[in-house]
Design a protein around this ligand. Structure first.
Ligand SMILES: [Fe+2]
Ligand SMILES: [Fe+2]
Length: 472
């Protein structure tokens, strides 16, 4: 097959031109990826030129090149962060040994599963967001969602590269399967729950970017500590892109909050629905939902899998190398929130089996910083309202709290109270209908939907009213 000029069409820093076997694997996979993209990527905009950022190398100049591109022609590249000289395994039983450049045979299955689970989330989110372009609140936002989408596509490439380069035939089969599962499909769903939820509107999209992409950040950051060096380097580069996705989420919600505050002051009312805004209690209910399903992604509080991943040197803690303990954790303990009859208590548990909960703690602290910035906007408008993260036990499906009803402030409650009050805590049918009614496309450059404030600045130093997507 005379096909693909790899340095051109697949920008890469993995010397693809020198590796014939890998070339053939990717040559076989690329058309299937493009077919998936045409089928499941942004509906209705494949032929439109969008002002996108493309990474063509990992250095400061190359990782963010901006230009108009049609999405199917986006150059999905394969990039690993620059190698650290003499990198070692930094934790677990192999601590101090040279980092692995090849998959250690005995950990093959475990490592493959970790990579596939991460990889599966990347196309899933593109599928979840497939319809949103048609109801964009502005061209600026339309461009941002497409940026997120093509980068999730690139993250899929990143994981497929690892599978194809390091896992032989099994890896190639997994690469195919990543294109066959579908978000929300009853027969072949995506692997993790939150990635089978619908993202039916832009409020949900921004919440998804804030909460669910942030789970991605914490998973990638722990995999970036891996003793398997190619995985570490791949994840380190992905994190630079992930930061933008969380910016889209945080700034998006902030603009909705700002608009709500402006409308409240202008009309001297909390009832924004007749003024085309999204009221703060509705924002809180969406926040509660997206936070709780994202908390589930970290898995059970007590997990022997998590302990194994760590002991084997495959998945570390967030900022592992900045921590000053022994990086073995065999004697250490960690406080974990648990259910004790009718109460939630904290207990000291062995640190190794508590690693999921520890990562969840890092995540919650990060989420709280974003929520504080939203509250700052509300405070500046002189409005007496505070958005809050729900208690970690609220609305959970996985782990110690999966079987009990818990209020957002962390009280164990009975079914009766849940039935009476869950409409105050989670998006109602009414909320969803109202939000859906706001989803009307606004595509004139510089104009914004009634429910969201314009951003403070445009993309890459361009004005807010720049034509970020050429629809004509
Ligand atoms: Fe991603
Ligand atoms: Fe992302």
């Amino acid at each position: 097959m005379a096909g693909i000029d790899y340095s051109e069409r697949i920008p890469n820093n993995v010397s693809l031109h020198e590796n014939r076997r890998l070339q053939r694997a990717l040559e076989d996979w690329q058309p299937k990826f493009l077919e998936w993209w045409q089928d499941m990527g942004p509906l209705g905009f494949q032929a439109k030129e969008t002002y996108l950022r493309t990474a063509v190398s990992v250095d400061a100049k190359g990782w963010a090149q901006f230009d108009y591109v049609r999405m199917p022609e986006y150059r999905w590249g394969i990039f690993l962060a620059e190698p650290e000289p003499v990198r070692q395994v930094n934790f677990g039983d192999h601590k101090g040994q040279p980092a692995w450049q090849d998959v250690p045979g005995e950990y093959r299955g475990t490592l493959r599963r970790l990579i596939v689970t991460q990889g599966d989330t990347e196309p899933a989110s593109v599928e979840q967001q497939q319809h949103l372009g048609r109801t964009c609140p502005s061209l600026y936002d339309l461009r941002n969602i497409f940026q997120v989408n093509v980068e999730e596509g690139r993250h899929l490439w990143a994981m497929v590269y690892l599978l194809d380069a390091h896992f032989g035939r099994d890896g190639r089969e997994e690469s195919e399967a990543l294109l066959q599962r579908r978000s929300g499909d009853a027969d072949k769903p995506r692997i993790l729950g939150a990635f089978n939820e619908k993202t039916p509107d832009w409020l949900s999209f921004f919440m998804f970017c804030f909460f669910t992409d942030r789970d991605g950040k914490y998973q990638l950051a722990s995999l970036a500590e891996s003793g398997f060096d190619p995985l570490s380097r791949t994840c380190r580069f992905m994190l630079t892109e992930e930061a933008h996705h969380m910016f889209v989420g945080e700034a998006g919600i902030m603009r909705i909050v700002q608009r709500a505050c402006e409308l409240m002051r202008e009309h001297k009312t909390d009832d924004l629905r007749k003024h085309g805004g999204i009221d703060l209690p509705t924002i809180q209910r969406y926040l509660n939902f997206h936070c709780s399903v994202s908390l589930d992604l970290f898995g059970s509080e007590i997990s022997t899998n998590a302990a194994n991943f760590y002991t084997l040197g495959l998945k570390g803690r967030f900022e592992e190398t900045k921590k000053t303990d022994d990086h073995l954790l065999k004697q250490a303990t960690y406080s974990v929130a648990e259910l004790d009859g009718e109460r939630i208590v904290t207990r000291e548990e062995p640190a190794l089996v508590s690693l999921n909960e520890r990562l969840r703690d890092d995540y919650v602290a990060d989420c709280a910083r974003g929520v504080a910035r939203w509250n700052e906007v509300i405070r500046k408008h002189g409005i007496d309202f505070e958005l809050t993260l729900p208690h970690r036990a609220f609305h959970r499906a996985i782990g110690s709290f999966g079987e009990v009803r818990v209020s957002p402030d962390g009280r164990i409650i009975g079914q009766a109270e849940w039935d009476a009050r869950h409409r105050d805590w989670l998006p109602t049918e009414d909320d969803k209908e109202y939000i859906q009614s706001l989803m009307r496309p606004v595509v004139e450059p510089g104009r914004f939907a009634s429910w969201i404030a314009p951003p403070a600045r445009g993309v890459n130093g361009l004005p807010v009213d720049f034509e970020y997507v050429r629809l004509a």
